[in-house]
Design a protein around this ligand. Structure first.
Ligand code: ZN
Length: 242
């Protein structure tokens, strides 16, 4: 009876926590002290060039700002428009990798700035910014959704509302890495569900880190339109070389 076993062990953990309310405070202290010691022994290094004491240095930031956008990104229907701030290469690629896989959440800021600077030059009539959602189990594993961090940065700088609940990924989909466009479309089919209360009669801008084949963004856009969105645009930090 695995259900009962699970429930029992959960209750037990709760009781232990309630019985020793002070237990977690020293634990936190130990973690903070440990992080400080680790910083001394292994100081943070710039994701872009390896320079010590910062995860993203000024020189890499200047280089990031100078990267030209790709000439054109073909939107997959039903997206009304698609744009990306650069080709998935060099500094952009390194920064996204760290944001995604190395817990370097602070990198959402320079990448979000890039999104905002690029978005300011577009004439899309956007009402609402929504991140491409992550399935709850992957979110629990990673602790954050990088697309959400990027969307928040962009929304803040563009003065638009960010609605992380606008669309959710209710079906778990295996990683898309290594799959072609048709396989990706099949992989994410019906994986998303949008909230009509948030998106009805609104033009939504979907934000993600990388645009590879467009399967995820177009499937997300479909869910948003089904929920009553007027139109859906897509903006990503980078686009895979096509
Ligand atoms: Zn650097």
């Amino acid at each position: 009876m695995p259900g009962i076993v699970q429930r029992l062990s959960f209750d037990q953990t709760e009781t232990e926590a309630r019985g020793h309310p002070g237990l977690f405070a020293p634990k936190r202290l130990v973690h903070t002290a440990l992080a400080a010691i680790l910083d001394l022994v292994f100081p943070p290094r710039c994701t872009g060039c390896g320079r010590v004491d910062t995860i993203w240095c000024d020189r890499c930031q200047r280089e990031l700002e100078l990267i030209p956008p790709p000439r054109h990104v073909q939107p997959l229907p039903p997206l009304s428009g698609m744009a990306s701030t650069g080709v998935h290469d060099g500094k952009i690629q390194q920064a996204i990798w760290s944001l995604k896989y190395e817990n370097a959440r602070a990198l959402a800021e320079p990448l979000g700035e890039r999104l905002a600077a690029y978005f300011a030059g577009l004439t899309w009539p956007v009402d609402l910014i929504a991140p491409v959602p992550m399935h709850a189990s992957r979110l629990a594993e990673r602790g954050y959704n990088q697309a959400h961090l990027l969307a928040e940065q962009l929304a803040q700088q563009a003065g638009l509302p960010c609605a992380p609940e606008a669309v959710r990924r209710w079906r778990f989909t295996p990683s898309q890495v290594g799959l072609g466009r048709a396989e990706r479309l099949e992989n994410v089919r019906d994986a998303f569900e949008a909230n009509p209360l948030l998106v009805q009669n609104r033009t939504v801008l979907l934000v993600d880190d990388v645009y590879t084949t467009g399967a995820t963004l177009s499937t997300c856009a479909e869910a948003l339109l089904q929920a009553g969105a007027t139109a859906v645009y897509g903006l990503t930090v980078s686009v895979a070389r096509q």
